[in-house]
Design a protein around this ligand. Structure first.
Ligand SMILES: [Zn+2]
Length: 251
């Protein structure tokens, strides 16, 4: 939770702004929470001003979470993510290598225990890349280990990642900050979901969501059910979805 949450928050902000036509503050109603996700967003006031309206979103209180139990999140069943907003500067729009059309791939998830429940595994992602030599794949370099035949792009933070999403022909990866960024930036995506969360709540209709279909377990600990759910998404399914997404974008 973090960057992705704050991208979701920008969709709530957008609706609030439409009603009052004035910048809102994000936070707990007292202290503002400001994240670089919000940079250049004219609808968000970095610090409160007299009479400011608040959008209540911060760590531990997210618009899609009903409650947090000892070992799991309970999602609001009726929550539907709407594309958020990311405002890139002209320099940010130009960031990245001079290459032709590319697919941005993100094989990694965060290191938190629950993130394992979203992790499809590097070995499968490598097989996807191997099976599709006709496409150029790039990855934003966060950790030291890359994938074969995927060029690493050195990045200094999430804003560089947003730039890469902005420029890509397609994003492929798991439920995380970059799929929320792809929706916000109007880019197509192929997203592999585990059992932790559901694309019904946190996915976007503009993307191809590959999900085994069980209700989200929300487990904060590594979960056998999630391992099985991830196994149901095959390399062939992901390859097919990528080809379909790219062909669809051409027409
Ligand atoms: Zn699970």
């Amino acid at each position: 939770m973090g960057f992705g949450d704050d991208i979701i928050t920008t969709s709530v902000v957008k609706r609030a702004f439409q009603k009052i036509n004035a910048p809102v503050c994000v936070g707990d109603g007292n202290r503002s929470h400001y994240n670089e996700v919000f940079r250049n967003n004219p609808k968000i006031a970095p610090v409160p001003y007299k009479g400011v309206q608040w959008v209540h979103s911060y760590k531990g209180n997210r618009p899609y979470i009903e409650r947090i139990e000892k070992d799991r999140w309970v999602y609001k069943p009726d929550f539907r993510a709407e594309p958020g907003e990311i405002y890139l500067s002209d320099d940010e729009k130009r960031f990245g290598p001079s290459v032709g059309p590319f697919i941005l791939i993100e094989p990694d998830t965060k290191t938190a225990a629950f993130s394992k429940n979203k992790n499809w595994g590097r070995e499968r992602w490598q097989r996807v890349v191997n099976a599709l030599p006709q496409y150029k794949f790039l990855r934003m370099r966060v950790t030291g280990v890359g994938l074969n035949n995927v060029d690493d792009v050195p990045t200094t933070g999430i804003r560089d990642g947003f730039s890469m999403v902005h420029r890509c022909r397609l994003f492929v990866g798991t439920d995380g900050a970059l799929h929320h960024a792809a929706a916000a930036l109007g880019r197509p995506a192929v997203v592999v979901w585990g059992g932790l969360a559901s694309p019904v709540n946190l996915g976007y209709s503009t993307h191809i969501n590959l999900h085994a279909g069980s209700p989200p377990c929300g487990s904060l600990m590594p979960c056998v059910h999630c391992t099985f759910e991830l196994e149901k998404i095959t390399v062939e399914m992901v390859c097919e979805a990528i080809v379909k997404a790219i062909d669809g974008a051409r027409t």
